[in-house]
Structures are given as C-alpha cells and as structure tokens.
Write a protein that binds this ligand. Structure first.
Ligand code: F0G
Length: 456
C-alpha cells in the first residue's frame, strides 16, 4: 500500500511565526499557564480544536462571493437546505450560527425541570444547555468506551440496556428525546455503529421517544462504519449517512466540524409543530428562518463543504492522518486512547504521568510541556475541565485525565504531524521532570477557559 496523500494541493498559505523556547517560557507565564489565554500568533501548531479551524476549498471561497445576502428567501439558503435534506432526509432545516445555538433552541423548548435527556456522551455545550433549562443530562456510554487502553471498533456506542432501564426508571413521559453523538467527541472521537443506532432507535420507538443525532462529525463516523461494520464496504458515504439519519427524528449540527466551515450550524427536524416552535424562537434569538444568524455566504460555504465532506478520498486521508499520529506515539510508548478517533488523539495523562495526582492536574502539566517544548497548543480534558469539589474542598476527579490533540481539517501536512509526534515523544521521554500545577484564579463556571495556574 502506498502512502495515503492529501487529496488536495495548497493554493493559499498562512505563515507560521516561530518562537524560541525562551520566548515560549515568557508567553506561557504571561498566559497564566492556560492555553486559552495564549495569542494564536504565538502558537506554532494549533491543536486546541478542530472546530471552525478548517481550510476552505477554492469552491467554498468562490461560494463566499456567490452568497446571496437577501434578508428573506436567499438563494444560498435554498442551496444549503437542499444539501442538508439530501443527507439527512429531514423535513425542516433551520440554520443557526453554530451547534450550541441549535441546542439552545431545542432544549429551551423541550427541556425544563423534571425532564431527562440521555446520550452516549453529551458534549459540554449540550449538557450545559440541558442543565440551563433545569433539566438533567445523562451519559449512557457502552462499558468498552470507558477504557482508554481497550481496542474496539465502536467505542462510542450507546449502552442500550442501560437506556431501557433509564427510561423505565425516569418514566417515558419525562424524556422528551434521546440523543446520540457521532462521533463521541468527549469519549475520544470514537464512532457509533449503524447497528447501535438502529438498536437505540428500537428502544426509543418502543416508548415513543424521538431520537436525535448530534451530527458534528457524521462523515467521519460514516467512514468508520464503511471500514469496520459488516455489510457497508460497498456503500457510499452518502448512502451510509442517509441510513444513519433515517433512524433519527431530528439532528443538531455544528457545521464548524464536518461541514468544513469556520462558522455555522443547523437544527433539522421532522415534527411540524416542534419545527414551528423552534423557528419562532430562532427569529427571537438568531434571525429569520432563511439565514438563522449567518450571512448568505456562510450558507453557501456550508452547502459546498457538505458536498466535499462526503468524498471518500478526503475521509480516507483524514482518518489515516489522525491514525498516523496515533501510531507514531504508540510505537514510542506514549499512552493514548486506543484506537485513534476520527478528529483527535487523546493522550492518557494518568498513564503518562502516574506520579502527578489529579489534584495537581497531570493533563495541564503535559499541555504546558508541549507548548514549551515545541509551541504546540493542546487542551486538558480532565480535572481542570470537569473537576468538582466536595464540602471539604477535596477534588472529585472525573474518570479520565486526558490531553486532546485535535487536528484541524485540511490545515496541516504530514511534516507538521511528524513534528508534533517528535515533540510529544521528547516530552514523554523526560516526563519524570514534569511537575504538577495549582490554580491561583478560577471563575465559578467553566473555569478551564480563564483559570490561571502556577507550576508547583
Ligand atoms: N456537539 C459536539 C459533539 C461538539 O464537539 C461541539 C463542539 C458542539 C456540539 C457545539 O458546537 O461549538 O458549534 O457550538 N465542539 C468543539 C470542540 C467546541 O472543540 O470539540 P459549537
């Protein structure tokens, strides 16, 4: 097998500013050792997120010029609507400025005190929007998905037995909808099988509960199905996506991922009365239903991005380039969530730094070391992000301490990725010298964005 190459040439480039280690020491200190407070211009390779960081194609940029900026009935909206309908088969397509805006509208209407929302794993904005409505969010991930070191094909699957028990326990009348997130971002970018989606739908149907899909990375998930699930090898990505959505009653999507754009999202629904309520709220919070908080040019770029994401050569390169980084790290002994997910590599900080206790934030120590060593920006997903405290102020740590290396789409080349692996391996080889951190300032909510740290 020959090297799987980038299925594109580069027409426009963005220079990277190189920094010295001494400069990075200063930059890190000034940012309070928090990667969110570092200026992007001071970063060499930015793996903070794969969201809104994609490189657009020449056709997308051409679409930006083509965008119809009419307030109502823009031609770009109809192109976008046609494309989303083709993929999802949904009846009502409601554009929003990003994924969480779709979630906010959906849960403002369906949520509220006494309501419960199950998911394989809620992404943090989904959970936050549910909790903001005073409803409760539950994660019902399959057991295998909770073990970083176990290799399995579909570690994002919903535990359907737990789901049925959950419905019986909470009462079907208190569960307005069930969600499945594809791929499961918070669980390592791991895919969900079609069989599991079908099974989840069966359980939901038995109790009359609608199934919604959080579809941010649906194309990456469809590619994993093609590669790993029996009976799908000869189907196109579009056909697989269509089958996935055929089991759903609704979709929320952040187009900043698998629609290859820098901003955008949508809510897609089959239910007429829910769609009417959502559109009415959309008008108050986002805008008229044919633009939903976006410019016509954004809708045009999304429609084009949704066509490009279905190309198998792209997805083959995409999934392979993440796997390539994973293989390099594994061969040097670096502990990661296995197998590599679709959009990111997750370092297992507990095994990387076994001597740094969760209260001293081992993930944060790795994040800072990667920046210092090679100017690479990553993010901690562990006790900084999700840590809670008991009444004595003792940390209640989440089950995993991770560092996410999210790969922006079509942005970095193989030599960038080689460089990343060299830096991670260098840091791993001197891991004994890494020290923990303490928090010196934190906000009452979502502290990871603004917290300030000091090295121990
Ligand atoms: N759902 C999932 C699974 C996500 O990963 C995200 C965003 C959202 C919903 C919200 O979408 O940002 O457009 O409002 N994930 C980004 C990340 C932020 O870095 O993983 P949004």
């Amino acid at each position: 097998m020959k090297t799987i190459i980038e299925p594109f040439k580069i027409k426009s480039v963005e220079p990277i500013r190189f920094t010295s280690r001494e400069e990075r020491e200063e930059i890190l200190k000034k940012a309070g050792y928090n990667p969110f407070l570092i200026h992007a211009d001071d970063v060499i390779i930015d793996l903070l997120t794969d969201s809104g960081t994609s490189a657009m194609s020449a056709k997308q940029w051409a679409g930006i010029m083509e965008g119809d900026e009419s307030y109502a009935g823009s031609k770009s909206f109809y192109r976008f609507e046609k494309m989303v309908k083709k993929i999802t088969g949904m009846k009502h397509i409601i554009p929003t400025h990003q994924g969480r805006a779709a979630e906010k509208i959906l849960f403002s209407i369906t949520g509220g005190q006494g309501k419960f929302f199950p998911n394989n794993t809620h992404f943090d904005t989904t959970r936050a929007n549910i909790e903001f409505s005073k409803a409760e969010a539950y994660d019902l991930l399959n057991e295998v998905g909770k073990h970083p070191e176990i290799r399995a094909d579909f570690k994002g699957n919903m535990d359907t037995v737990a789901l049925e028990n959950f419905i019986l326990q909470k009462g079907k009348e208190n569960i307005p909808l069930c969600m499945i997130t594809i791929t499961n971002n918070s669980g390592g970018g791991q895919p969900v099988s079609i069989e599991n989606i079908r099974e989840t739908k069966k359980v939901c149907s038995k109790y009359g509960i609608p199934l919604f899909i959080d579809a941010c990375r649906f194309a990456e998930n469809a590619y994993f199905i093609k590669k790993r699930e029996k009976g799908y090898q000869d189907k196109s990505i579009l056909q697989i996506a269509q089958e996935i959505f055929s089991y759903a009653d609704g979709v929320t999507m952040s187009a900043k991922k698998d629609a290859l754009v820098n901003i955008g999202g949508f809510l897609a629904l089959n239910d007429d009365s829910l769609a009417m309520n959502c559109r009415n709220l959309l008008i108050v919070t986002e805008g008229f239903p044919t633009y939903g908080g976006l410019a016509g040019r954004d809708l045009e770029a999304m429609a084009q991005g949704l066509e490009e994401i279905l190309e198998e050569s792209y997805l083959q390169y995409r999934v392979r380039s993440v796997e390539y980084l994973g293989e390099k790290l594994l061969s040097a002994g670096v502990p990661i969530i296995e197998p590599p997910g679709g959009h990111a590599i997750y370092i297992d900080a507990k095994r990387f730094l076994p001597d740094v206790l969760p209260e001293y934030f081992p993930g944060q120590a790795i994040v800072c070391a990667l920046f210092l060593e090679g100017g690479i920006r990553t993010v901690e997903i562990g006790s900084v992000m999700f840590g809670k405290y008991d009444e004595n102020g003792k940390l209640i740590a989440p089950p995993m301490e991770l560092v996410r290396l999210a790969i922006p789409r079509r942005v970095y080349t193989q030599s960038h990725i080689d460089y990343v692996s060299e830096v991670v391996i260098d840091v791993f080889n001197k891991r004994e010298s890494l020290k923990g951190f303490k928090i010196v300032y934190q906000a009452p909510m979502l502290r990871h964005f603004t917290a300030l740290f000091e090295p121990l």
